[in-house]
Design a protein around this ligand. Structure first.
Ligand code: GDP
Length: 298
């Protein structure tokens, strides 16, 4: 994860080692190199600009510290700013005062929604919750079966339309699932919605209709981190078309650059809540900006 970015930043810091004091020129060169590293990592330009401005400002006014040499000071500044750009605090899941807590997943086809539904369900069940997964993706013939398979592996029950009843209405399925959860004491409902390969107004409308029918407590935008800047564009379209409270970043295990992770919070104003780091059900955690920054600078 983020190997390319890590390597680039490490080499920037290495060139500062042994310097007694940072000249104006050193700061400029360092800022330029960090800028290049971020651009190569596919970080969105407004984010790069804001990041570099902060680094320069803080390096110029460098806190004179006896404990840290100039290279260490720059590392500390970059670390602080990375944490900030990744969202600062960890965003915890918000539970509804009156159960069930309704979580809706939205995102493109292939972004990892169904897998994430299973991971989230299992993660919640391990914390003594009683989740119910809901198959409201009725677009793809296999989507319902796929969620059932994921649910079985995660040992989390799945609510799905009866087979043979035609295609079914995803809005009705979502609405009925909440009623079912109330009757059967499921305290969390996780609704998997339909995605398309690209941004599409019909898909957005369907997600918006489900949203209006069940008023979710949390809408999570699920996005594949490996698509870099495209993740940022898609994130913006979903923000305009459906709206969401937080982001779940998937496939971080295959993302050497980190552009999506570093851009999405700044561009959308929405925190990253979950990180998916593999195909296995356990490859899933709450997203911790400070741990992620340390990982990048490790
Ligand atoms: P959906 O169309 O949004 O429901 O996406 P799926 O859940 O079906 O995932 C699409 C593909 O991505 C599947 O092959 C998953 O196994 C894979 N996948 C999902 N999450 C991750 C992840 O975090 N890492 C990796 N490497 N693969 C993932």
């Amino acid at each position: 994860m983020f190997e390319t970015l890590s390597d680039r930043l490490t080499s920037v810091f290495t060139s500062l080692r042994g310097k007694g004091r940072l000249s104006e020129e050193d700061i400029d060169t360092t800022a330029r190199e960090i800028r290049l590293a971020l651009l190569e990592a596919d970080v969105a330009l407004p984010v790069v600009r804001a990041f570099i401005a902060r680094i320069k400002e803080r390096a110029q006014g460098a806190e004179v510290s006896k404990a840290l040499n100039p290279a260490q000071q720059v590392i500390k500044i970059v670390n602080d700013e990375l944490i900030d750009i990744l969202g600062g605090e960890t965003r915890e899941l918000r539970f509804a005062k009156n159960p069930p807590t309704v979580i809706m997943l939205a995102g493109l086809q292939g972004s990892g929604k169904t897998t994430l539904a299973g991971k989230l369900g299992r993660w919640l069940a391990a914390e003594r919750n009683t989740p119910l997964l809901v198959a409201a993706d009725l677009q793809r013939p296999n989507a319902v079966t796929q969620l059932q398979v994921v649910g079985e592996r995660a040992e989390v029950p799945v609510f799905a339309p009866e087979p043979g009843n035609g295609v079914g209405d995803p809005v009705e399925v979502a609405r009925a699932s909440v009623e079912q959860a109330e009757h059967n004491n499921h305290n969390v409902v996780i609704i998997d919605t339909a995605g398309r390969l690209g941004v599409d107004s019909e898909m957005m409308q369907q997600a918006a209709d489900i949203r209006d029918a069940v008023t979710p407590d949390e809408i999570l935008f699920v996005v594949d981190a490996m698509i870099g800047q495209d993740a940022v564009n898609t994130a913006q379209s979903f923000l305009d078309g459906v709206g969401y409270d937080a982001v779940a970043l998937t496939k971080l295990d295959g993302d050497a650059r980190g552009g999506a992770a570093l851009s999405i919070r700044h561009i959308t104003g929405r925190p990253i809540m979950f990180a998916s780091t593999g195909e296995k059900l356990d490859d899933f955690t709450l997203f911790h900006p400070d741990r992620m920054a340390s990982r990048i600078l490790d």
